[in-house]
Write a new protein. Structure first.
Length: 316
């Protein structure tokens, strides 16, 4: 039976016992509404460590739209059952007050001046379209790492820019090792996401435009296209569908994050897309070949250290 803890303090005590006993600890931070993609992370954490735990917490600090926060799917009991079935050792949750005891303003809010700096990898794309999002991510992930003190932490490729922000955070701390697992997809090709629960049947069909655009871009790459502008146009053209409002369709070199679009010939590339399907915002990405996937640090087994470089020239 999984140990289910309702406060970060209890979780910290449990994790400390694991670490003090000399065992490795895998950690999977989540916002709940768990799906098979989360279970992939859980299985990796269990396979590669002596013990494994997860957090389930819908973090208000990373939502730029309060309405989006309010409608984000939540089902603690179902999530706990899924993690128990996956034989995870422990799951914990908390509140803003219990994650940041004594640190909130008098009205219970978090002082924006105390948000963590997410670093240069937060520039552009998601950082541009969701102001403050990565500062909220970095703030809660830093606190989660303080609570769990894990050996390894597991994140999904689908939030690729987020994995870069988290890697930088872990590098600055000196731990944990960040493991990025491939995007889990439904048989249709749609990237699994907790937000998919908010899609009706017609919207779900329209949402396939995102993965269709990504795979069309990869096909163009495999056919020999290397020009960044041409690849971006292929992605955008293939993703254009009635009812799909594309926010960005972009290419990046997975070794070197830049806020601006690359120009000219690319040697390695990852295609990224974000769109609104009705009221639901979805994101997805796809490395265009195996070398690009390896450069992005995405692994299916074992651990690799990716050489990610940001615009300031620092290796991440």
């Amino acid at each position: 039976m999984i140990r289910s803890l309702s406060s970060p303090a209890e979780a910290a005590a449990w994790c400390a016992q694991v670490i003090q006993s000399g065992r490795s600890l895998g950690f999977v931070p989540t916002m709940g509404a768990l799906h098979e993609g989360h279970m992939d992370l859980v299985r990796r954490a269990r396979a590669e460590n002596d013990a494994a735990c997860a957090s389930v917490y819908v973090n208000p600090l990373q939502f730029d739209d309060p309405r989006d926060f309010d409608r984000y799917p939540r089902d603690w009991e179902q999530d706990a059952r899924a993690l128990d079935a996956a034989r995870l050792d422990m799951v914990f949750t908390g509140t803003l007050a219990t994650f940041f005891p004594g640190e909130l303003c008098a009205d219970g809010s978090f002082d924006a001046a105390r948000l963590a700096d997410p670093g240069p990898c937060a520039a552009g794309l998601e950082g541009e379209h969701r102001p403050g999002h990565f500062a909220g991510v970095a703030t809660i992930v830093a606190r989660l790492f303080e609570v769990a003190q894990p050996t390894r932490a597991y994140f999904g490729q689908k939030d690729f820019q987020q994995t870069l922000v988290v890697r930088e955070l872990a590098r600055a701390r000196g731990e944990p090792r960040i493991v990025v697992c491939p995007t889990s997809r439904e048989p249709s090709g749609l990237a699994r996401s907790s937000r998919n629960e908010l899609l009706g049947p017609q919207a779900r069909e329209r949402a396939l435009a995102l993965s269709r655009g990504l795979f069309a871009t990869r096909a163009a790459w495999q056919a020999g296209e290397r020009d960044a502008g041409a690849l971006r146009e292929r992605l955008l053209d293939a993703a254009r569908e009635p009812g799909v409002d594309v926010e960005y369709a972009a290419l990046r070199d997975p070794r070197r994050w830049t806020a601006d679009e690359p120009r000219g010939r690319m040697d390695l590339a990852i295609a990224l897309i974000a769109a609104r399907v009705g009221s639901v915002r979805l994101i997805d990405n796809l490395p265009l070949d195996e070398a690009s996937s390896a450069a992005a640090g995405i692994t299916t087994a074992g651990i690799t250290a990716a050489g990610i470089t940001t615009a300031d020239g620092a290796v991440r």
